[in-house]
Design a protein around this ligand. Sequence first.
Ligand SMILES: Cc1cc2nc3c(=O)[nH]c(=O)nc-3n(C[C@H](O)[C@H](O)[C@H](O)COP(=O)(O)O)c2cc1C
Length: 206
Amino acid sequence: MKKIFGILALGLVYAGFLWAVCPGCRANIPQENAIIKPKSEMKTLIVYFSYTAGNTKRIAEKVQKAIGGDLVSLEPVKPYSDDYEKVVKQGREEVEGGYKPELKSLGVDLQNYDRIIVGTPTWWYRMAPVVLSFLSSNDFRGKVVVPFMTNAGWPGSVITDMVSLAEGNGAKVEHAHAFKFSSDEKHFDRMVTPVEELEQWIDDLK
Ligand SMILES: Cc1cc2nc3c(=O)[nH]c(=O)nc-3n(C[C@H](O)[C@H](O)[C@H](O)COP(=O)(O)O)c2cc1C
């Protein structure tokens, strides 16, 4: 009996040791136990999809200018039409059907990054299908994901959906943020969110 307790105790000590010193040994443990570097040492990738007025793209570019890192646009293999009304209708069908379009290669390896900043416009109260494909199909264990979105006044569940998808795929999520733009079709590119709020958010990413 004593011997069995001895073996069990040794086993527990060994498991504790692995837990403390060997991140790889707990690779399938979700994000809360991952080792995250300080911001200054993080390699950052900014990915975005943008269609209507380049709003999400402009924010992504501003972030890159301020904090550095690599910037890539998410592109579906089958591009969307230039006909806005057609895409509004198509977008509704895609979003409501949970469609995940096939994406063109990003041209970068996510494994080389510690932090991924992901931007989407709101499409029918959800993230754009292209961004749904990206967040659904990648492993974010050991990484920080920063979701941001643009909208025209009806943000729906975009932020909570992005957060739960990224966390479900292992990410530590930080600084999720929504930016409101005009719903007037003549001024879709006009940001309603105060510019100071955007600047503060970018500062928080430094
Ligand atoms: C297909 C489609 C659906 C949209 N649905 C919404 C919506 O549900 N709520 C909202 O606030 N804006 C909606 N918009 C407006 C965009 O989210 C908004 O203009 C956004 O800032 C555009 O970003 P972009 O210029 O990067 O594409 C929709 C736009 C499109 C094309």
